[in-house]
Design a protein. Structure first.
Length: 132
């Protein structure tokens, strides 16, 4: 099996960020810095955090990485793309307003009723402000 040397930008807002439980999965990735989404989405938390593509509450704050093709494929398996989460390319802005295209994983299920869900209205999982 030959692994591709192609790389991709990946935007993460949750458990892959530095200091989070699965950050080791990005050990070989190049950290490019903190950024936020250009468009607004919905950020929520239960036992885990997730973002919904069709809710436009806030810009999501996260980290941008340059990841190898094989890392992206591994993350697709972990995120059960496209069933549980859907990987989509979106525009992100660096802290100095440089725009890049990066992949993000959006939560797939259409209904989240019956689950203890809290909305994070400032889009920053590190310093969350919850909807009342």
């Amino acid at each position: 099996m030959v692994l591709s040397s192609k790389s991709h930008y990946l935007f993460d807002y949750g458990f892959l960020k530095k200091g989070e439980p699965y950050d080791y999965l990005l050990a070989d990735a190049e950290y490019l810095g903190v950024c936020k989404t250009k468009e607004r989405f919905g950020m929520f938390v239960t036992e885990y955090s997730f973002v919904l593509e069709d809710v436009n509450t806030t810009r999501i704050v996260g980290e941008l990485y340059n990841v190898a093709d094989y890392t992206l494929r591994l993350l697709d398996i972990l995120m059960d793309h496209p069933k549980f989460c859907k990987r989509v390319e979106i525009a992100v802005l660096s802290t100095d307003a440089v725009e890049s295209l990066a992949y993000i994983y959006f939560f797939q299920p259409k209904s989240i009723r019956g689950v203890n869900v809290k909305e994070i209205i400032n889009g920053d999982l590190s310093f969350p402000v919850y909807a009342s």
